[in-house]
Design a protein around this ligand. Sequence first.
Ligand code: Z5A
Length: 206
Amino acid sequence: MSKACFITLEGGEGAGKTTNLEFIRDQLERQGKRVVVTREPGGTPLGENIRAIFLGEGEISPETELLLVFAARAQHLRDVIEPALAAGAWVVCDRFTDASYAYQGGGRQVSPELIRRLEEMVQNGLKPDLTILFDAPVEVGMARAKRRGASDRMESEDVEFYERVRIAYLQLAEHNPKRIKVIDSSRSLQDVQANIAHLLLSLFGS
Ligand code: Z5A
């Protein structure tokens, strides 16, 4: 694929996205690609401020959560993602709009139609070329995240919440099989990275 690609990483808590970000950057750079690595919510000064509010203490209603992530996303698209792609860089983003469908839609049970309307308003039709969904049973991800230390506001949810998030992600993958590729991230890091390398190779070959 000669054009710059937009790749997003998704998954439940402790699924392994962040662990594999640098591996993905390295694989792309070995193919001579210029790579911009970024994250959501965040990626811009405004977005990082929104992230601090989003993950901070205190009650936030489901609709407010949704508006916060889309406010951060609008700025992120204008200031980082769209300019990088236009300049020919590949963009690897730790979470994007699928996370809104999974967490606010699945987890918080906000209407998917509301999410779809915001997506249409903010993204001007831009969607990731490839989404890698790191999937593991909820208890595996939670145990990994717990070993990592203190929890933020989102990480303090119960198992049922994360089960709904996982189901929503798997449904998204089922409905978007060409874009969303599921990797079993309960396997060893070596196996997971072999899968990622294979996926990326198929992208270069197309
Ligand atoms: N959020 C939202 O609600 N709506 C939205 O639209 C967006 C986001 C965009 C922050 O995201 C929160 O924002 C997130 C969803 C919400 N809330 N939650 N929960 P984040 O991505 O910054 O934070 P996170 O989901 O909490 O990420 P995480 O817990 O850091 O997960 P991860 O990045 O997938 O996991 P990791 O840090 O790479 O790995 C966790 C540990 O497992 C670590 O110690 C690793 O060494 C270990 N690990 C990883 N892979 C393996 C394998 N294969 N074997 C063994 N051990 C492993």
